[in-house]
Design a protein around this ligand. Structure first.
Ligand code: FAD
Length: 317
């Protein structure tokens, strides 16, 4: 079932959903089930599975020379989606990205997902490879999420890359990303929202936001989106702080602000166990206010660790 249909059938009740990461290569899928199992009592109608592109590592040869090799540390997104749908009978939402994919490879991945009965995709550009300064598309790949979305929407109309293929139509519900505090490359928030609107006009049916720690940023973003003519559901993405280090790491990776009160609270903590308590309490307060305002769904970034999310969900659902 499509994410937007889950939202419609909830008839105004706020849904609970979350995102997991594929395990690091070499770990079994049990680590994913261990993260999901404790959260199933809160009845998530869908679970997102992130996609992680290749990165470069240096392999040392016996002669001392280093070879730069490309590797994907967290493969398995499609397989995990299929396993989730089989084991839990809930919808899985694979993230699909432009980075590292040619159009042909994207088409083949979408065909696989369609055959597996996956109805949803979260369509993203993806970030630059860690060791590269800026995003570089494949020679025959997509530059922006909007271009990838166009391919997904085309396939929903039966348009395959090679025109001689008379295609059956896929039926994907596509979500896209939104940034209450602006995507870091956008010159300003209005420009970012203009590009977001292009994705909605092309057929994206809902938006999931980047994490934020101050609800007023989300509410202002939603107002601006509505003013720009974006009417689709805007699902807030939330993450509880878990370590002291995150007060500097999250702003640098995700380009988000942490409110002073939250940072002050974390600074007083003796260890990360106390930080987790502060993070959970902050996230509960954020979630309660969002729920009271009638957001369609509360979507949590779990990093595949469920203990904090379980405490938050217990206070709300
Ligand atoms: P885009 O929509 O392509 O936007 C990228 C930048 O280009 C923005 O600054 C935008 O304003 C600008 N822009 C957009 N269209 C145009 C245009 N036509 N012309 C000029 N400028 C334009 N990354 C992963 O690798 N894997 C994941 O699983 C993943 N999951 C995510 C889930 C969520 C909910 C979010 C919020 C992010 C996720 N990301 C993931 C990170 C995401 O890939 C990065 O933030 C990436 O840098 C931008 O992706 P996007 O889809 O927003 O890109």
């Amino acid at each position: 079932m499509k994410v937007v249909d889950h939202i419609k059938s909830a008839k105004g009740k706020t849904l609970f959903s979350f995102e997991i990461l594929p395990p690091v290569k070499g770990q079994s899928i049990q680590s994913i089930f261990d993260a999901i199992d404790p959260l199933m009592e809160f009845k998530p109608p869908f679970i997102d599975v992130t996609y992680h592109r290749e990165e470069y590592v240096y392999k040392k040869h016996p002669n001392g020379l280093l070879e730069k090799v490309s590797t994907r540390k967290r493969p398995g997104t499609v397989g995990i989606c299929s396993a989730i749908m089989n084991k839990y009978q809930v919808d899985a939402v694979p993230h699909i990205i432009c980075g590292g994919f040619t159009k042909e490879e994207t088409e083949n991945a979408l065909i696989d997902l369609d055959f597996l009965g996956v109805d949803n995709v979260l369509v993203l550009r993806g970030d630059a490879i860690k060791t590269e300064g800026s995003f570089v598309p494949e020679p025959d790949g997509h530059n922006y999420a909007v271009d990838l979305l166009q391919q997904v929407m085309g396939l929903n109309q039966g348009a395959y890359i090679h025109e001689e293929v008379q295609g059956s139509k896929t039926n994907f519900c596509a979500g896209v990303a939104g940034y209450p505090e602006k995507h870091f490359e956008a010159p300003n928030l209005n420009a970012d929202i203009r590009f977001l609107k292009q994705k909605i006009d092309l057929g994206a049916e809902y938006i999931v936001t980047q994490m934020f720690f101050d609800n007023s940023r989300y509410f202002e973003f939603v107002d601006k989106c509505r003013d720009a003519g974006i009417t689709v559901p805007i699902i807030p993405g939330l993450k509880p702080l878990a370590t002291k280090r995150q007060t500097t790491v999250l702003p640098s990776i995700f380009h988000v602000d942490l409110p002073e009160d939250l940072v002050n609270g974390v600074e007083k903590c003796k260890d990360n166990a106390q930080v987790r308590e502060v993070g959970v309490e902050w996230c509960i307060q954020q979630s309660k206010e969002l729920q009271e305002k009638g957001v369609p769904c509360l979507h949590y970034y779990t990093m595949s660790k469920s203990a904090s999310i379980k405490k938050i969900a217990s206070a709300l659902f």
